[in-house]
Design a binder for this molecule. Structure first.
Ligand code: SF4
Length: 484
């Protein structure tokens, strides 16, 4: 249902809640996995070894159920648009077209094109906009996290909170990844930034910074995805973190809980997590897992089992931070379905939905602030208050703001203005940091005709210029890192 039809004049409840039993889709519907056993499916080693990493492997899996047209569309996207390389674990692949029954050659094509999880895990060229594939203000590191690195990979963007990017890889790569500047392998379009420091040195520098800065109490331990860090090294880092008196909150960021739940169900890993949770509890520190899913179809019994295991070993909570994406979840029903599936089926707390950030080639996914406000309105009142997610805009140089918090809004040009109440690590000498207005931009195709015309006259960057700007930014960052 669209945002507009949700308000149509009927006497029906706009959203009718019904509890839904979780189902693990039958992976043998895919020709390439027709003989895969339940034991293999439960094995994290099997899952990692059978990730879909390229068009050839996708063809081997789906065979002629999908037309060449789709594969060619995907190849073109990878050559000309993709900011993330392809990496889809079987668990995640299996949540696409979950009810499909093969009916011969080509029969899966349209269902795959329409699938919400496919939209962000396997983007194709025809998904993207051709009028404005990127917003003129789109940038690789759209949140300027690297500008706020206080040690390599440690972003100090809020007064009491830091983000620790321990590693630049994940078990799965999402097409809309906001850290596309750093995370994953380079693509033909994006040369990735590389960490300059040795991993152990970087972690040590992070811990030293946290020991020396008692105003920081909260660490998001992230990446990438912490599921790609060998557990002994992650446990050692967490144990040292727990020894720092000022650290009171730790959140582990892992989309693998959704994309590769088999990872978090490994017995030795659960034993390790239990040790960490016990230490945290004895010191009065809250430790939780933050995961990332965008559609109800991702929430399967295996995901629920992994989330339950996190609570059983003593993590305080498992929370979901989704991303608001056109073609995936940008309507009230899809958002509420996902929230109820998380809450009822998997005991995962719906926490945030972020507006998709202004990274290159993301315009087809992004929604306007006005639409985000309408969506927030439509999802109020159905979920318990504590589980009603806030839809937030991550405003460059500001941070997360609830979408109703803007200071001003130029609807014609799609520019919203935001303020803030704290300084980031790069604003110590900026007297106007707390009085300035900071801008965020709606997708141009959502604007009225006059606004679109204004951007056509003032904002057009051709693709060569965009590529040149990307390369210049990448060179600047690499030089800055080498000088670290
Ligand atoms: S799991 Fe998170 S960090 Fe990794 S690619 Fe997806 S959005 Fe990016």
């Amino acid at each position: 249902m669209s945002i507009d039809t949700a308000t149509s004049l009927t006497t029906e409840q706009p959203y009718a809640y019904r509890r839904v039993e979780l189902v693990e889709p039958d992976w043998t519907r895919f020709p390439g996995w027709a003989d895969v056993t339940a034991e293999e499916w439960a094995s994290v080693q099997w899952q990692r070894a059978h990730c879909v990493k390229n068009v050839k492997q996708l063809r081997e899996l789906l065979g002629d159920l999908v037309d060449d047209r789709f594969y060619e569309d995907l190849e073109r996207d990878q050559a000309e648009r993709a900011t993330m390389s392809m990496l889809v674990p079987p668990q995640m692949m299996n949540t696409m077209v979950p009810d499909f029954e093969p009916r011969g050659a080509g029969s899966m094509t349209e269902a795959l094109y329409a699938d919400p999880i496919r939209h962000y895990m396997i983007p194709v060229f025809s998904d993207r906009r051709t009028d404005w594939p990127s917003h003129p203000h789109a940038t690789r590191d759209s949140l300027h996290e690297h500008d706020m690195w206080v040690t390599e990979g440690l972003t100090h963007r809020y007064p009491t909170k830091v983000l620790a990017e321990l590693l630049p890889t994940c078990p799965q790569y999402c097409g809309h990844c906001t850290r596309m500047d750093l995370v994953g392998n380079s693509t033909p379009v994006i040369d990735k930034l590389k960490f300059a420091g040795k991993p152990n040195d970087r972690l040590k520098d992070m811990l030293d910074y946290l020991r020396q800065n008692p105003a920081v109490r909260d660490v998001v331990v992230s990446g990438g995805d912490v599921a790609n860090m060998p557990w002994p090294r992650l446990e050692a880092f967490l144990t040292e973190l727990l020894e720092i008196e000022n650290i009171r909150d730790i959140r582990l960021a892992s989309k693998a809980l959704i994309g590769l739940p088999q990872h978090w169900l490994q017995p030795d890993l659960l034993e390790g997590l239990s040790r960490v949770a016990t230490t945290a509890r004895s010191r009065g520190v809250s430790i939780a897992m933050h995961t990332h899913t965008n559609h109800a179809n991702s929430v399967t019994p295996l995901v629920a089992q992994a989330a339950g295991a996190m609570l059983d070993v003593g993590l305080r909570d498992v929370r979901n931070q989704g991303v608001l994406l056109n073609g995936v979840n940008a309507d009230p029903h899809a958002l509420l379905d996902l929230c109820f599936r998380l809450l009822d089926g998997a005991q995962i707390m719906p926490y945030y939905f972020y507006m998709c950030d202004m990274i290159p080639f993301s315009e087809h996914w992004r929604v306007s602030v006005a639409d985000a406000q309408r969506l927030q309105h439509h999802i109020m009142g159905y979920l318990p208050g504590y589980a009603t997610p806030r839809i937030v805009c991550d405003v460059p140089f500001v941070g997360k703001r609830w979408v109703h918090q803007l200071a001003d809004y130029d609807h014609e040009h799609g520019i919203s203005y935001w303020t803030k109440n704290y300084r980031t690590s790069i604003e110590a000498t900026d007297a106007e940091a707390l009085t300035r207005h900071y801008e965020y931009y709606d997708p141009i195709h959502t604007l009225p005709e006059s606004g679109q015309q204004w951007w056509a006259e003032h904002g057009r960057l051709d693709e060569t210029a965009l590529k040149a700007a990307e390369m210049a930014e990448a060179s600047r960052r690499t030089a800055a890192l080498q000088a670290w």
